[in-house]
Design a protein. Structure first.
Length: 131
């Protein structure tokens, strides 16, 4: 059995296959998932699992160089924005309008769908390297 906290096999496999600058999206329940991008659907019901729980667990397994979020997150969902910024710590965070964010998801290796119902609870994580 795997030793780490991340038990979801498809998510573990995607993280293991990431190369430098590859993108992994973690999104809310309503984020559109582009055709051709792998979908890892964790949503069970509204709020389960929480977006931040999935981000936190992913950060334990993945080297992240930078993150991309929609600029609307800060104004529409400031509490979640603050918690995400704190969780990301020293990781560089870039912002752009939500419509442009959705375009960026097309080049992701996978989109992880959570049960989150908070508006704009989405992040693109860029894979870093350990050396």
């Amino acid at each position: 059995m795997k030793k780490g906290n991340l038990l979801n096999a498809p998510l573990t496999a995607v993280i293991a296959r990431l190369g430098h600058t590859d993108r992994l999206v973690i999104g809310d329940a309503g984020l559109p998932i582009p055709s051709g991008v792998e979908r890892i659907d964790l949503a069970v019901r509204p709020g389960l699992p929480h977006f931040l729980d999935v981000v936190r667990t992913t950060l334990e397994e993945m080297v992240v160089e930078k993150a991309l979020i929609a600029e609307e997150l800060e104004t529409v969902s400031p509490e979640l924005h603050g918690a995400l910024v704190e969780l990301l710590g020293d990781i560089e965070i870039r912002t752009l309008p939500h419509e442009e964010f959705k375009v960026e998801t097309k080049s992701a290796r996978a989109v992880v769908r959570t049960g989150e119902f908070t508006p704009y609870a989405n992040v693109i994580l860029y894979s870093g390297v350990v050396f």
